[in-house]
Design a protein around this ligand. Structure first.
Ligand code: G1P
Length: 296
């Protein structure tokens, strides 16, 4: 029997070149969506899914991510003295145990997961790619853990995307079995196939529940043309020895790792906030009016 999922790995070593110059000093995971950094959305999702051991795979200059999840004694005591209980609760709600490990060289997502092995140990674990921000109830990871507890094998989050977008994703092929709503057995995985070679339009979105046998599979996985070890290829290797499952997530996903996706996510999460949703919607509606019309 598989052990419970207690740990989550956040690969966060990337250079953030798509967001320069903002990310020259600031890690892209710390860019703010409304009032919390991108990475906090993923961490809160994990906590709400019952996982509170977080492993960051980082690189030089990313130390503030750990600081962000540390206890801020001075700040907390000031808020306490001033009776700011809501702020204090919000601050405390995302407390987690953080461990981190460095990925010294940018050798790909599969390599990032592999460097977390000493901290993960011999138990199943989740992987969250922080750029993929998913708003879902129950949270995406919870949906996947529920499936994992039933099928007892690795579970990969997928979403149907337009065919013209498949080359930006890992893509899975499934058989015709339906092992529950939106749950399928995977028969193949391909990293970023050209549109005419894609086995389907079921794209991998950045959530995985993996078992520790992914580590030897990653060790046997060759680098691709770009010199990177792809997690998708590691999972393809693992598929030779055990079944893998795809789970279509019920929720809304944003790719906050590119500028337009980040802007959409900002608008989406702002419009969900009761304290300023109405005012913000009025502002957006006014922007729609022809140029020259005054906005309020
Ligand atoms: C990574 C994975 C890819 C997956 C994607 C989801 O690609 O390699 O399989 O579909 O995340 O966001 P990246 O977006 O880091 O290039």
């Amino acid at each position: 029997m598989e052990r419970p999922v207690r740990k989550v790995v956040f690969p966060a070593a990337g250079l953030g070149t798509r967001f320069l110059p903002a990310t020259k000093v600031l890690p892209k995971e710390m860019l703010v969506l409304v009032d919390r950094p991108i990475i906090q959305y993923g961490v809160e999702e994990a906590v709400q899914s019952g996982i509170d051991n977080v492993i960051f795979v980082t690189s030089r200059g990313k130390g503030i991510m750990e600081d962000h999840f540390d206890v801020a004694y001075e700040l907390e005591s000031v808020l306490e003295r001033r009776g700011k209980t809501t702020l204090l609760e919000d601050l405390r709600s995302s407390r987690v145990n953080v461990a981190s490990v460095r990925q010294a060289e940018p050798l790909g997502l599969g390599h990032a997961v592999a460097v977390a092995q000493p901290l993960v140990g011999d138990e199943p674990f989740a992987v969250v790619l922080p750029d993929d921000v998913i708003d879902a109830t129950p949270p995406a990871l919870r949906q996947m853990i529920d499936v994992f507890e039933r099928v007892r094998g690795p579970v990969i989050a997928v979403e149907r995307v337009p065919m013209e977008d498949v080359s930006s994703y890992g893509v899975v092929a499934i058989d015709h079995s339906e092992l529950g709503p939106g749950v399928h057995r995977i028969v193949d995985l391909v990293e970023k196939p050209p549109r005419d070679k894609a086995p389907s339009n079921l794209a991998i979105i950045g959530r995985y529940i993996l078992t520790p046998d992914i580590f030897p599979a990653l060790q046997e996985t060759a680098s691709d043309r770009t010199g990177e070890i792809q997690l998708t290829n590691g999972m393809r290797r693992l598929l030779e020895s055990r079944p893998l499952y795809a789970c279509e997530i019920k929720g809304v996903r944003h790719d906050a790792g590119n500028k337009i996706g980040f802007l959409k996510a900002t608008a989406y999460f702002a419009l969900k906030r009761p304290e300023f949703a109405d005012a913000f919607r009025r502002y957006l509606d006014a922007l729609d009016k022809p140029v020259g019309t005054t906005t309020g």
